[in-house]
Write a protein that binds this ligand. Structure first.
Ligand code: SAM
Length: 357
């Protein structure tokens, strides 16, 4: 690392952590983001453009508080990134690590978060798993260049890593649809989990082998979903279905209701169709079981599949009808041997089952 780059890393950490004098402030200063993100992608009118170390704007990008796409799939959809640093800090703060704690991470990605954990806790206490073997190989190399050697493995992180369990802390940096059973089984007594669910991050205390509960952090979080096999949306079939009217406004679904929708349908994906002038004219929603719905801005709905997604949305719109702004920290998750529920207000308030294994 050159001196100007070192200085950028330290200045960035100071800006990010502000008046925060916690141990994470000095850890962010110690672990340079640019080492783990030697290039990233930005969108242009023509698709993705790679910005490499040395290119104009590279250091400004890497030392800005933004998520950076580091890999896209064959269809050009991002499938790995370096998360927004302030969100990483909020999640690490919430993880509340103590000296001697062991940590499991789902989603190694660039290895940057794993490096921060190693710097704080020591290599032997950090395990990180990514579904993408090549990412794991590259992260291992980059971590070793800075002298870190956590346990890294390729595979579905939802299976945890039993060889090194139990863990005092578990963190995921990909969006989950439910709390993986393996996380509970591999938790030490009193473990803390910080996990993205829907468009938020839940902080849960583990209170038994199949029990955990907690609330969402106030921060918005739009992590890429944990990669799983799923059925493609059935838009073509939908065309043959009769449309019915709905009073739920598509604009509301994309805005005020988007967080509750992301919890009630934590595995959903959406897309919008736009007019020539770029304004949306319809919304498509689907879940991995093949349930698909479309709704036009003019209030016509079609749906197909095992779940009637728009019916579920209409129920949510009733629940949140009189509530102007929906705060993430008003929601929580309870896991018991009987299942997993996300709730609003209090544990006995309105709730939705998470589609657990
Ligand atoms: C936002 S990135 C992780 C950022 C990373 N923590 C860092 O500091 O660079 C999300 C990562 O989750 C990984 N991922 C997606 N599904 C996964 C799964 N089922 N198991 C483990 N990792 C997964 C992706 O390959 C991607 O690298």
């Amino acid at each position: 690392m050159t001196d100007p780059e070192n200085t950028r890393a330290r200045e960035f950490a100071a800006r990010l952590t502000g008046a925060d004098t916690s141990a994470w402030a000095s850890t962010f200063a110690q672990v340079p983001r640019h080492h783990f993100v030697p290039s990233f992608y930005t969108t242009t009118g023509d698709g993705w453009k790679e910005v490499r170390d040395g290119d104009p704007g590279y250091l400004d990008g890497v030392y800005s508080d933004t998520a950076l796409t580091t890999q896209t799939d064959d269809r050009g959809i991002p499938n790995s990134s370096s998360s927004e640093p302030s969100l990483m800090l909020a999640m690490l703060d919430a993880l509340d690590v103590r000296p001697g704690n062991s940590v499991f991470e789902l989603g190694t990605g660039t290895g940057y978060n794993a490096a921060l954990l190693c710097a704080r806790l020591g290599d032997e206490r950090v395990v990180s798993v990514d579904v993408d073997e090549e990412l794991v190989r590259v992260a291992r190399h980059r971590l070793a260049e800075l002298g870190y050697s956590p346990t890294l493995a390729a595979g579905d992180g939802a299976a945890g890593y039993p060889e090194k369990a139990p863990y005092d802390r578990l963190i995921a940096t990909a969006r989950l649809r439910y709390i993986p059973r393996a996380f509970l089984e591999q938790s030490a007594d009193g473990a803390v989990m910080v996990l993205p669910v829907g468009f938020g991050v839940a902080r849960l205390s583990v209170t038994g082998k199949a029990e955990a509960h907690g609330r969402f952090l106030p921060v918005p979080a739009y992590f890429m979903p944990r990669r799983v096999e799923g059925v493609a949306p059935r838009f073509a079939e939908l065309e043959t279905r009769e449309a019915r009217p709905t009073s739920v406004d598509v604009a509301e679904v994309l805005d005020r209701l988007s967080f509750p929708v992301s919890l009630a349908m934590p595995d959903y994906t959406s897309c919008t169709w736009v007019d020539d002038d770029g304004s949306p004219n319809a919304l498509g929603l689907w879940t991995g079981d093949g349930s698909t719905a479309t709704a036009t801005m003019t209030g016509r709905v079609r749906q197909i599949g095992p779940r009637r997604l728009w019916d579920e949305l209409e129920q949510l719109a009733v629940t949140f009808g009189g509530i102007d702004s929906v705060s993430r920290e008003d929601f929580g998750i309870t896991v018991t041997p009987d299942g997993q529920r996300v709730w609003y207000g209090t544990e006995d308030g309105p709730s939705w089952a998470l589609p657990a294994e």
